[in-house]
Design a protein around this ligand. Structure first.
Ligand code: ZN
Ligand code: ZN
Length: 468
């Protein structure tokens, strides 16, 4: 369902109503503490310092790599330095992969180089590379429907463009080609997969990302083309002559190994066993420094907890910051967290995650029982002045949070403006200069309101019936 948008005027009316009737979950005192926290966040540049530290001192941190190991050490040290009451790790098991070189060139009819990158966990070409004819598909569904004889021995080229949107809603349809393309091409005996990058930019960078690999018997080389190179290939194919491409890539599957969820807590003063979880993912892809994905999220939730830890007293419940490991390769840290803590899920009052870059938050979504909408309405009184409107009740709380939501845990979603997020996503161009310190302050201001009030409120949020 879609809730009517609450305007600032609506917020004021709600405030008056609160004064008249006391049967509201958040007290006037709670709201005034949250307001102070919000205004402190708007004055503080500490979140920017955190993402700066992560990108400069750690940099790329793909799951199971040396960078990942250093990120885990960095996160623990940082949380301790920021005044968390308790900092610990929980080990997870991850599939590992080594990225080697990736080259591509058109050999006929118009020889020239192409800019590519290997998709996550793709196979190597035979030594010396492979050369084959290109066969183009509008999307992965077209490849899946194609007769095997059309694909066998060729390089399947999925040429689907992603639409730009503030909500990022173009990603879902476009990413199918990346997640399912290699499987579909391999099943039909293709020599390799070339994918138009899942992105919205026109830069000559290719976007990497994970593929679905479980159960694929004979993985094949799979590479993303930068958008201008996909245009080039498309234009060559339009000329009607066979286009032959040479690919040369070296990658290697490594034995499974450990990574970690890094967890820091501000311990609740009255009900420490009840927990509000706010999260981000610590791992990143390996070609940029993961400033937007998800260094900004890491900084936002860590700074949120730091501000709350500075209050004269702890909130009623525990605020738990979970920095998930191995999100990029399939929500691995979140899935193993939920498995390991299945008996404690009822104590998690709600989850939320920041994992959509560093744009301004413009919408507040929830996933709450209808009887609890008044809590969100009260939160909106403090969020509306930040330029945030009330959204819908269909939030999954972020990628890692969705694993909890599937178990009925309520969620909050502070939706960022993602208009340019997919210009940089999973490319060498995901670097610190894309993070605007002022927008980051607005993010923390919204997060600290939501997080503090959820940890402090009377009562609870119940459970949300799962749909499937
Ligand atoms: Zn992410
Ligand atoms: Zn990502």
């Amino acid at each position: 369902m879609f809730r009517p948008l609450l305007t600032l005027t609506g917020g004021l009316i709600a405030t008056l109503a609160v004064t008249a009737a006391q049967a509201v979950p958040l007290s006037k005192e709670d709201l005034s503490v949250a307001e102070v926290l919000r205004d402190r966040a708007l004055e503080s540049s500490d979140a920017y310092s955190i993402v700066e530290s992560l990108t400069v001192e750690v940099g790329p941190r793909r799951a199971g790599t040396e960078g990942d190991r250093r990120a885990v050490a960095w996160a623990q040290e940082k949380m301790k330095a920021l005044g968390f009451d308790r900092v610990y790790t929980e080990q997870i098991d991850v599939q590992r992969w080594h990225r080697g070189h990736a080259h591509a060139e058109v050999v006929a009819p118009y020889p020239q180089p192409l800019v590519v990158t290997s998709l996550g966990y793709g196979a190597a070409t035979p030594g010396g590379g492979l050369t084959a004819e290109i066969v183009e598909f509008a999307d992965v569904e077209a490849l899946q429907k194609a007769p095997t004889r059309k694909v066998k021995g060729k390089i399947a080229f999925i040429n689907k463009r992603m639409e730009r949107a503030r909500t990022g809603e173009g990603y879902g349809p476009a990413v199918q080609g990346r997640s399912q393309g290699m499987r579909a091409a391999a099943e039909k005996g293709a020599a390799a997969l070339l994918l138009r990058s899942v992105g919205t930019d026109h830069d000559r960078f290719a976007h990497t990302g994970m593929m679905s690999i479980d159960g694929v018997e004979n993985p094949i080389p799979a590479l993303a083309l930068s958008a201008p190179d996909a245009n080039l290939l498309e234009a060559m194919l339009e000329r009607g002559k066979p286009v032959r491409v040479k690919l040369d890539t070296h990658n290697e599957r490594l034995p499974d190994g450990p990574s970690f969820n890094v967890i820091g807590e501000i311990t609740g003063r009255e009900k420490p066993q009840e927990v509000m979880i706010i999260g981000a993912h610590l791992d990143s892809w390996d070609e940029g420094t993961g400033a937007l994905d998800d260094g900004a999220g890491v900084a936002i939730v860590m700074e949120t907890a730091r501000l709350i830890a500075e209050l004269p007293q702890r909130p009623r419940r525990t605020l738990r910051v979970v920095l998930y490991g191995a999100e990029e390769i399939g929500l691995v840290g979140a899935k193993q967290y939920v498995d390991a803590h299945r008996d404690e899920l009822d104590d998690i009052i709600a989850v939320s995650e920041s994992d959509f870059g560093a744009g301004k938050i413009w919408r507040f979504d929830t996933r709450l029982p209808e009887s609890k909408f008044d809590i969100a309405d009260q939160m909106m009184q403090l969020l509306a002045p930040l330029g945030i409107e009330r959204g819908n009740n269909e939030s999954h709380g972020g990628p890692d949070s969705s694993v909890f939501v599937a178990q009925g845990v309520p969620a909050f979603g502070l939706y960022q403006d993602g208009s340019d997020y997919f210009d940089y996503h999973h490319t060498p161009n995901d670097t610190l200069d894309k993070v605007d310190p002022e927008k980051l302050k607005q993010n923390v201001a919204a997060w600290v309101v939501m997080s503090f009030l959820a940890a402090e409120m009377e009562g609870d949020l119940g459970r949300v019936p799962t749909e499937h």
